[in-house]
Design a protein around this ligand. Structure first.
Ligand code: 4NP
Length: 156
């Protein structure tokens, strides 16, 4: 099994969106028996809660159901369980690095490094602003790039 976790701050906007998009890409590629997908947040602010309704609404218009997901905080052991720990922005990348057990740093990657057509480094935090559609689009682009890299690396 290849395991992927997407990590943002609250685990209610960007990373659940990424989990839903990537799970659909994996399913569409017929790889759901090989690739496991999850998401988490570097904070515990929304622990146990559902995704933000604005993220859920945008995902629904794209055929993706986020309504059953629940927020959980990232833990150091995620670096043992998941092969790919995908940070949604530089701030979360920093926090994850401080959690990361020695020798596991190569599992940590930035989401938009998989989306060369997007000219940003960080997926913008949409919580206090808007832009949920744009966030969806850039995460979708990164998801396609990540899946292609996994297929290439693991001969899938
Ligand atoms: P996320 O967005 O990290 O994409 O889930 C946020 C969600 C909640 C908060 C900030 C960002 N908050 O301040 O509660």
């Amino acid at each position: 099994m290849i395991r992927v976790v997407f990590v943002c701050l609250g685990n209610i906007c960007r990373s659940p969106t990424a989990e839903g998009i990537f799970r659909k890409l994996v399913n569409d590629a017929g790889l759901s028996h090989v690739i496991e997908v999850d998401s988490s947040g570097t904070s515990n602010w929304h622990e146990g809660g559902p995704p933000d309704e604005r993220s859920t609404a945008v995902a629904k218009t794209r055929g993706i159901d986020l309504s059953l997901l629940k927020s959980r905080q990232a833990v150091a052991d995620d670096f043992n369980h998941f092969d790919y720990v995908i940070a949604m922005d530089g701030s979360n990348h920093q926090k994850l690095l401080s959690l990361c057990p020695p020798g596991r740093e190569d599992r940590l990657r930035l989401c938009l490094s998989f989306a060369p057509s997007v000219s940003l480094t960080d997926v913008p935090d949409p919580y206090y602003e808007d832009g949920f559609d744009a966030v969806f689009d850039m995460i979708e682009s990164a998801g396609q790039g990540l899946l292609a890299e996994i297929q290439d690396t693991h001969n899938l």
